[in-house]
Ligand binder design. Structure first.
Ligand code: EPZ
Length: 419
């Protein structure tokens, strides 16, 4: 295992190129199972989660080739049961259910466990499959879904914590080959859902309304191969905006879609930062003090839950008391205990973190837990006095392509060592 050492107190300056989106690439790679033809996906980030997805596709029988950022998938004939030993490593592998059902009318995948950000149920996914005519059996830790015939219908994806992103993706991928029309009410509107729908339409699907809460899918007989380039990773981009906020002079992000970061940019402006946007770039400048904010995480276009930990790292040094409430994953506060070890003054009450800003943080050995909490610890280390050692950085490598190299390119004193 590796650890990352961050030597705090160095200003960041310059520009960084944002990679393709993990949360777009994963469902789009799964969607390649929906056709026997070859699909070519560009700007696929080099991440361990992507590696796991390519392993799963290979084990299902697809031919998979990767040449730097481009992945080619040919699923001429496939199995419909995914291996537990790989699926258990990545919850997002649940998004192969929809394409397996759409293509082969059956799927067997191990049930995703919980994880440190909380329980990760898939009841809304399964309810959607049943509405399309599938039977669902849970046995020995596996979910087995049979659907001799998929028939379009009206489905709600609304749950107690709002909608579901991968649930919307799964129903989209099952419904594109169903008989008749499917209407998804309460659909997730994340840019990654839109990107998936655009790829599916390039394959011959007939999807309208992606990006709104109501998506209409006209089933077709079959899909053909397509080329697609995934959108930039808005969460990686937001993470680097916060790096610039924490210790930057002027930090510029290249190859982003600014509108995907509207909620993050408006929050950082409330904190007192200047953010300018071009057609595919954003620049953040500090104006001195960090102002506290009060907000809740929401499904897109609200403030993303995947940016909550990173914002906590910034607000740990704000001039006043901030409050952040998690409306998506109420337990997603693993980073708070570690930030407190660095001198932060924050408490979690229910689904709300109350953060009293302190003037400085001090470097300390800390433990990464989930992907975004780990990134938050790196960000906190950038501003802390002394050295912060982040252990178990495999969590970070799941979702950030060379985060240490990219930060070093901006002037951070950061290095990776073998544990
Ligand atoms: C996607 O996960 C993202 N992952 C997550 O990013 C992100 O945090 C999440 O959406 C919310 O935006 C990928 O896209 C690969 P959900 P997903 O289903 O789809 C509840 C990261 O850091 N729920 O939208 O699995 C659920 O418990 C990762 O990149 C049900 O109750 O999340 C949660 O409270 C972490 N029943 C809420 O809905 C269900 O059937 C949102 O979950 C499904 C979900």
């Amino acid at each position: 295992m590796d650890k990352i050492l961050v030597h705090g107190g160095h200003r960041l300056d310059g520009s960084v190129r944002i990679s393709g989106s993990k949360n777009s690439a994963l469902p789009i790679l799964a969607a390649c199972l929906l056709t026997r033809d070859q699909c070519v996906i560009g700007r696929v980030p080099d991440l361990s989660d992507v590696h796991y997805m390519l392993q799963i596709l290979t084990r299902l029988g697809a031919q998979v080739e990767r040449a730097s950022g481009t992945v080619t998938v040919s699923a001429e004939s496939i199995r419909t049961d995914a291996p537990y030993e790989i699926v258990r490593k990545m919850r997002a592998s649940v998004c192969i259910l929809g394409p397996l059902l759409g293509r082969e009318n059956e799927a067997t995948v191990s049930l995703p466990g919980g994880c440190v950000i909380g329980d990760r149920p898939i009841d809304l996914h399964l309810r959607g499959f049943e509405a399309l005519g599938a039977t669902v059996k849970v046995h020995a830790g596996n979910v087995k879904i049979l659907a001799p015939k998929l028939t379009g219908c009206n489905i709600s994806m609304r749950g107690q914590h709002g909608t579901t992103v991968l649930g919307t993706d799964n129903i989209l991928m099952a419904a594109v080959l169903a008989d008749g029309t499917t209407i998804i009410e309460g659909a997730a509107a994340e840019p990654e859902v839109v990107d998936l729908a655009q790829f599916l339409n390039k394959m011959g699907a007939r999807i309208e309304g992606a990006g709104t809460s109501r998506i209409v899918i006209e089933g077709v007989k079959e899909l053909h191969g397509a080329h697609h380039e995934v959108i930039p990773d808005r969460i990686e981009a937001g993470t680097f905006l916060i790096a610039g906020a924490i210790c930057g002079d002027t930090v510029r992000l290249r190859r982003v879609i600014p509108e995907h970061l509207d909620a993050v940019a408006s929050t950082l402006r409330q904190c007192g930062f200047t953010i300018d946007s071009g057609p595919d770039d954003m620049t953040i400048r500090s104006n001195g003090a960090i102002r506290p904010v009060k907000l809740a995480t929401e499904p897109y276009p609200g403030f993303p839950t995947d940016m909550q930990a990173q914002l906590c790292a910034l607000l740990a040094r704000a001039d006043g008391v901030s409050m952040i409430t998690e409306h998506v994953f109420p337990q997603r506060f693993m980073h708070v205990a570690e930030l407190k070890r660095m001198g932060a003054n924050m408490q979690v009450e229910g689904a709300t973190a109350i953060i009293e800003g302190v003037p400085t943080l001090s470097g300390a050995p800390v433990m990464a837990s989930d992907l975004r909490a780990s990134a938050a610890l790196v960000l906190a280390g950038l501003a802390a006095e002394g050295v912060t050692e982040i252990h178990r950085v495999y969590h970070i490598d799941r979702g950030y392509e060379s985060i240490d190299d990219k930060l070093a390119g901006l002037g951070a004193h950061i290095e990776r060592e073998k544990e």
